[in-house]
Design a protein. Structure first.
Length: 324
């Protein structure tokens, strides 16, 4: 056993202490940690909901470097965890290996597709929810310029951007959009300083609303928006409460529901969650009530209904490999 494995195995051993009597579910968070106030934390919230209702514990592990993905999944399987839920597309390739080696163990992967009989692949129609927040951004903008800050430059985040830009143009055909990606490595998900820098540069260019689809990096975007007296849009979790009066809304991606349901039972195959399925939407609550006018809500509600009914088509960047 190599020394670099010792901390991981020790942590898992502590987490799994006393679990031999019955199988427990497990969740493995990806880079950024379970308290990133965004994607991973939504998964954590779902696991906690299951724990509260079931009155049982679950196993968990937070990835801090790429090599730990397969190690953690394999160790959880060896400990008898079932099901094992991996948060994030980056866990897809390792889950394919581990799930093959443990065919009797059930797995679930979020944001990736693993075609195996013991794996449920849960994906989301992020472009649909992003379309709605794009509409809201364009309607709230006073300058006619809206911005987007993505995390790691990958097709999935381009999918958010594409939906956002379509929604903005739908609400205001003359709107201008500026977009930046934080980086090309996993560290792009947890760099609030860089997020703030990108936001400040966009604000200096005339942008007055920014949608951040960047995990923990978005925290810097939201702070910069507050400091500049501008608006920001959160992602994945409902982040309206982070900067009340600054957060126009959040594009909620129900990773919490996905983890909760997976803990209750895995259904092998691909599960796709969009507006129709309640998998994505905009967040409206007491924290952003002053910012969302009745007219804005009426138009968003109408667009949502049209998307669900198939009357309004939102281009999926990942299906088209382009935004057009």
């Amino acid at each position: 056993m190599t020394l670099r494995l010792l901390p991981l195995l020790a942590a898992l051993a502590v987490a799994a202490a006393g679990t031999a009597a019955f199988a427990e579910p497990a969740v493995i968070y990806d880079m950024g940690g379970k308290f990133d106030k965004s994607f991973n934390q939504a998964g954590y919230d779902g696991a906690e909901r299951w724990k509260k209702e079931a009155g049982k514990p679950y196993l968990e592990f937070e990835i801090s470097n790429p090599a730990q993905r397969e190690q953690a999944q394999r160790r959880m399987a060896e400990r008898g965890a079932d099901p094992i839920v991996g948060i994030g597309f980056s866990q897809g390739s390792s889950m394919e290996k581990v799930a093959r080696d443990f065919p009797k163990t059930r797995f679930a992967i979020i944001d990736a597709v693993v075609d195996l009989p013991n794996v449920q692949s849960i994906v989301f129609k992020e472009h649909e929810g992003s379309f709605l927040v794009g509409m809201m951004a364009a309607m709230a903008s006073k300058t006619g310029k809206v911005g987007f800050v993505g995390g790691m430059d990958i097709p999935l985040i381009r999918k958010f951007q594409c939906g956002y830009e379509q929604g903005a143009r739908y609400a205001n055909p003359k709107v201008q959009t500026l977009a930046n990606m934080t980086g090309t490595t996993p560290s792009a998900w947890n760099d609030p300083t860089r997020g703030a820098e990108l936001a400040k540069a966009q604000f200096a260019s005339g942008v007055d609303v920014i949608f951040a689809a960047a995990g923990g990096t978005g925290i810097g975007v939201y702070q910069a928006a507050r400091d500049a007296g501008k608006l920001a849009i959160g992602v994945d979790s409902n982040q309206n409460r982070l900067q009340p009066g600054t957060m126009l809304t959040s594009m909620v991606k129900r990773v919490d529901v996905a983890v909760y349901k997976a803990f209750k039972g895995v259904t092998p195959g691909v599960t796709s969650l969009g507006l129709k399925e309640g998998g994505v939407d905009v967040a409206l609550d007491e924290h952003n009530a002053r910012l969302v006018s009745a007219d804005m809500k009426k138009k968003v509600d109408a667009a949502r209904a049209d998307i669900v009914a198939g009357k309004l088509r939102v281009v999926d960047y990942m299906a088209n490999n382009a935004c057009k």
